[in-house]
Design a protein around this ligand. Structure first.
Ligand code: FAD
Length: 272
């Protein structure tokens, strides 16, 4: 059975932006900023854009690539993305230089939903998944919430957005595969300790199925609200092609939703 929830229409537009900077970070990560319209700058945490990545020859492609909003700089009129180079599209993005054009389409999807009563939220991101969570930290801190951000990476130097999150006022912890601290069996007691000692109202996660399951366990045990931003491969990004449909469990029933349209952010108890 397939159930499509009603979607609030919001302005979306395709526009050709000018690249302001495209800075290499550690390892395969890049930080890209483009000038953008007021429509694009209205993007909410968890929403994404479809980027028409440049490419030539074998690297030429017609499908846009989904990329979450990493930061909106209203003062400069800039939209920022933090991405990992994984294939042809992101390789094309990495070649952009200041002054180049980039065709973007958005903002798309349903972002994170914050409850103003929450006092302490935890962000749990794996790799580039933290790029999706970072704007949520800024919004929550601006609304007086405490934010603990746990960055999971293969090696400590590959943790993304740490400086940005610290500057925004989040408490940052980095866990990694190299010393085993990113393993769920190590992370779970750490999270339980934060929950029992500090009190946590909400956990958001992105970038890992193992972290999703960990957050769901904490939701089931402690009743903590949770949301996950899913990085599902997708094509159109606007709900037409149904490429990104996946099963969710709602009221004990399996139903199918489009990640691009009903998501990419979902309640943790729904995400299978
Ligand atoms: C809503 C959304 C937001 C995203 N936000 C970010 C972000 O902020 N930063 C970032 O670095 N990445 C993000 N991604 C993932 C990003 O879209 C993919 O890495 C990108 O599309 C890969 O394109 P490519 O042409 O470089 O690689 P491809 O050649 O298409 O694929 C290379 C490898 O990446 C895998 N891959 C392809 N598409 C995805 C995908 N959508 N998710 C996960 N793995 C994929 C493929 O299975 C393959 O192994 C997001 C994805 C979604 C759906």
């Amino acid at each position: 059975m397939s159930t499509l929830s009603p979607i609030q229409p919001r302005p979306i537009r395709a526009e050709v932006c000018r690249v302001v900077f495209n800075t290499p970070l550690h390892g395969p990560y890049r930080h890209l900023a483009v000038t953008a319209s007021a429509t694009a700058l209205a993007a909410m945490p968890g929403q994404f854009f479809q980027l028409l990545c440049p490419g030539q020859g074998q690297d030429r492609h017609t499908l846009r690539r989904p990329m979450s909003v990493y930061r909106v700089d209203h003062a400069r009129g800039q939209l920022e993305f933090l991405f990992k180079i994984v294939g042809a599209g992101t390789r094309g993005l990495s070649g952009l230089a200041a002054g180049d054009e980039l065709d973007i389409f958005g903002p798309l999807g349903q972002g994170f939903r914050l409850n103003m009563q929450w006092r302490h939220i935890v962000l749990l991101g794996r790799g580039a998944g933290m790029a999706t969570l970072a704007p949520l930290a800024e919004t929550a801190i601006a609304r007086g919430m405490k934010v603990t951000a746990i960055l999971s990476a293969a090696r400590p130097e590959l943790a993304v957005a740490a400086d940005h999150l610290r500057a925004a006022g989040a408490e940052v912890r980095i866990v990694n595969d190299a010393d085993g601290s990113a393993a769920p069996e190590w992370l779970e007691p750490v999270l339980r300790q934060i929950v029992t000692e500090q009190g946590v109202n909400f956990i958001a996660t992105c970038g890992s199925g193992r972290l999703l399951r960990l957050v769901r366990r904490l939701h089931q045990e402690f009743g903590i609200d949770g949301q996950v931003a899913l990085e599902q491969p997708m094509a159109c990004g606007i709900g037409s092609c149904f490429c990104c449909v996946r099963p969710f469990v709602v009221d004990g029933q399996t139903i199918f939703k489009r990640v691009c349209q009903e998501g990419p952010v979902f309640a943790i108890q729904e995400a299978a």
